[in-house]
Design a protein around this ligand. Structure first.
Ligand SMILES: C[S@@+](CC[C@H](N)C(=O)[O-])C[C@H]1O[C@@H](n2cnc3c(N)ncnc32)[C@H](O)[C@@H]1O
Length: 360
């Protein structure tokens, strides 16, 4: 794999830029979050994570006797956006790690304020998952994990082969046989498709903007850099993840792909069963706005042409009554559907006569 790639080793290491960026993002209160242009999209992304975490937590429980420990690594946990999900999944031992120390402190304080029926054991530490071996930082480095989750972050490792390899090793090496590594990343195919359609290395809409900083005719497997701007949340260098390369790297560490879905496909899979959660999480926007909406002056301040699809749906319903649907503005949907979900399963590991691992 190494030989066919531009390793991306020559460039500056971007981890410090990324850490400083995330450390600087302020923790906004609910009122400020509600005013955000991407309020519903963020809730939608959270809903997607809830669905996949619940699904894989159930698979873990299906493979372990009742009452067994449930140990999770939240790699690149940020401010702890998934803490409630872990608590709802009855995780008994949670390891939270991120490169951004300030985010990690916010994560810890958020956890301490949470109500828990049964409080899991939690470890926090700051580390660069693309450069450091996380296992050596666990209270017990021989720990066996049931689930490793890396949400919206694995793509930072694709700066170079070495970094991606290190992050994959961190995801794989403590997973017990038969258990899972799950994550979400931008879909490189979708990014390239949009770049081709735009016939420009810079494209996007009012919510997100991507600027390619690599050769888009022949992007390298590692170090295919672009700048990603998402409203007020992210403005960072990121790297394309060539999915077949991710799969190969995973296999090298004993992980086989069990699921890969774009966010629109994840939505289709869970939308009817998790309808209630869609509503409680406000993962979709009510159109036309409900008089009991999210209660801020900006309600549907976005332009009406952002809701043409909802209007069309209303027309097709051929009813005399005022229709109301759950939707996202076109621009938020475009940004949300840049992402995909993946799940890998740890294979059985044995060792050959040279002591090298053999996975089956
Ligand atoms: C978009 S945020 C996602 C946070 C969290 N996983 C979530 O879904 O809410 C990306 C996170 O990845 C972290 N990150 C980026 N590069 C990293 C690295 N090399 N090692 C550890 N964490 C990293 C950032 O600090 C940031 O907290």
């Amino acid at each position: 794999m190494e030989s066919q790639s531009n390793d991306g080793e020559d460039g500056v290491k971007h981890s410090a830029i990324v850490a400083s960026h995330y450390n600087k993002i302020e923790e906004l209160g609910l009122a400020a979050r509600k005013k955000s242009n991407i309020y519903f999209m963020r809730n939608f992304n959270n809903w997607i994570k809830s669905c996949v975490i619940e699904k894989y937590a159930a698979l873990v429980k299906g493979r372990t006797p009742l009452g067994s420990p449930f140990r999770v690594l939240d790699m690149c946990c940020g401010k702890g956006g998934d803490l409630i999900k872990w608590s709802n999944s009855n995780v008994t031992h949670l390891i939270c790690t991120d490169i951004a120390q300030v985010s990690l402190e916010q994560c810890e304080s958020r956890f301490n304020k949470m109500y828990h029926q049964r409080k899991p054991k939690v470890e926090y530490f700051a580390a660069d998952a693309t450069l450091q071996q996380l296992r050596t930082k666990y209270h017990d480095p021989s720990l066996k994990l049931h689930l490793v989750s890396c949400q919206f972050a694995f793509h930072y490792s694709f700066e170079s082969f070495k970094q991606a390899d290190c992050m994959m090793k961190n995801a794989a090496e403590c997973l017990d046989e038969g258990f899972y590594f799950i994550g979400t990343i931008p879909d490189a195919n979708e990014l390239m498709k949009r770049q081709r359609r735009a016939m420009s290395d810079t494209f996007g809409n009012d919510i997100y903007r991507i600027q390619f900083l690599c050769d888009t005719d022949n992007p390298p497997l590692f170090g295919a850099k672009y700048n990603f701007q998402l409203d007020e949340v992210v403005d960072c260098p990121e790297f394309l993840v060539h999915f077949p390369t991710l799969e190969k790297l995973a296999l090298k560490h004993g992980l086989r792909l069990v699921e890969k879905k774009r966010f629109d496909e994840v939505f289709d899979e869970h939308r009817s069963r998790k309808q209630g959660l869609l509503e409680t999480m406000q993962a979709l926007e009510t159109y036309p706005p409900s008089p009991y909406g999210r209660g801020n002056a900006d309600d549907q301040s976005k332009k009406p042409e952002q809701y043409k699809h909802a209007e069309e749906y209303g027309r097709q319903m051929s009813t005399q009554h005022q229709f109301r649907v759950g939707t996202l503005s076109e621009q938020e949907w475009e940004a949300a559907t840049l992402y995909l979900f993946f799940a890998f399963q740890k294979m059985k590991t044995s060792y050959d006569s040279n002591g090298r691992p053999v996975y089956s």
